[in-house]
Design a protein around this ligand. Structure first.
Ligand code: NAP
Length: 306
């Protein structure tokens, strides 16, 4: 059992990681607003307040720190670039200083969106990123800070889906919410990605820790598909009307901030170093569906911050 500090524990990744791993590990999650009755410990902290995280580290003395707190709202990052760089780039750099000095194993979460592309290739860790928007630029800067500061850190470029406490944080919930209300919606046929179910991601992180991996990894699923097809797969698995989802090219959508057409990442380094297969989308959507049948979304919602 390790002592694991998780930042952003109320977010999509954080809440699922903590629920998935709290019986195996001693978890402390940082949140901004207190959440009652959770089956693991949390502490309320604004990570941008000077000295706040160092205090939490001094008290909890973690073996591992998983840094999931960020501003992942692309439009917000475009509007407030200074704040985006503070939270998404400078904070991870500071965290890496702390983990390097104190011998804490760090997993820093980055993004597939460091690539901006329209080909159909899969990017490897050795390919040069070319971020085109503030969010992606800030995440790439965080990777550089972390990798140059803490040589034992893992930097994981991810893309994931699942159930959230807020009920509307993931692409899978976007499709589920529309389909379950019998509402028509759009999916992008021209944006390709390799998503992982969030609990698969949590379990892969735990395996990476067991294997003592370090450095940059593409921690994404083993299957590439368009966001439109992803929506159709969700409709099929839940038995909803697939025709409620129409294809719409991303440039014709109402999204303000430009999106890359190609977010396909090559995960060969990950599955080679772990010596295991990485799940694809069918497996992930099956788990997403099983958790729904078990009442997991309602359980998460019941903890929602007041
Ligand atoms: N979701 C994806 O598919 C995806 C794809 C690529 C990369 N990522 C990366 O994965 C990581 C986790 O993403 P996510 O989807 O879980 O994000 P999320 O749901 O937006 O969660 C981020 C969390 O960070 C917290 N936070 C923000 N500013 C903070 C501050 N100053 N002090 C303390 N906490 C703060 C937020 O707290 P509040 O709840 O109080 O706002 C939120 O709970 C991020 O690094 C993101 O860039 C996600």
């Amino acid at each position: 059992m390790s002592k694991i500090l998780v930042t952003g524990a109320a977010g999509l990744f954080g809440i699922n990681y903590c629920f998935n791993s709290h019986q195996q590990h001693s978890i402390l999650g940082t949140v901004r607003q207190p959440i009652k009755r959770l089956p693991f410990e949390t502490t309320s902290v604004d990570l941008l307040e000077k000295g706040s995280l160092a205090k939490v580290i001094d008290r909890f003395k973690p073996d591992v720190l998983i840094h999931a707190a960020a501003n992942a709202n692309l439009d917000d990052c475009e509007k407030n670039p200074r704040e985006a760089f503070r939270l998404n780039a400078e904070l991870p750099g500071f965290i890496a200083e702390q983990t390097a000095q104190r011998g804490i194993q760090l997993i820093h979460i980055s993004t597939d969106a460091v690539f901006f592309d329209s080909s159909d290739r899969h990017f490897k860790e050795s390919d040069s990123p070319n971020p085109a928007i503030v969010y992606s630029e800030s995440k790439l800067e965080s990777e550089e800070y972390v990798l140059s500061t803490d040589s034992h850190a893992i930097v994981a470029r991810v893309n994931f889906f699942g159930w959230s406490m807020q009920g509307n944080k993931s692409l899978s919930e976007f499709f589920f919410n529309a389909l379950s209300e019998n509402q028509p919606c759009f999916g992008f046929p021209d944006v390709f990605f390799c998503p992982l179910y969030v609990e698969d991601l949590a379990e892969i992180f735990n395996k990476m820790l067991e294997k003592e991996l370090h450095g940059l990894y593409h921690v994404t699923g083993s299957e590439a598909l368009s966001k439109f097809e992803f929506g159709q797969r969700i409709a099929k698995r839940f038995g909803y009307d697939i025709h409620l989802i129409s294809p719409k090219e991303v440039e014709l959508s109402t999204l303000h901030t430009p999106r890359s057409h190609n977010l396909r990442l090559d995960n060969t380094k990950l599955y080679t170093d772990l010596g295991m297969e990485i799940p694809g989308v069918t497996h992930g959507i099956d788990r997403f569906y099983t958790q729904y049948k078990l009442g997991y979304p309602q359980k998460l919602r019941s903890y929602q911050q007041k």
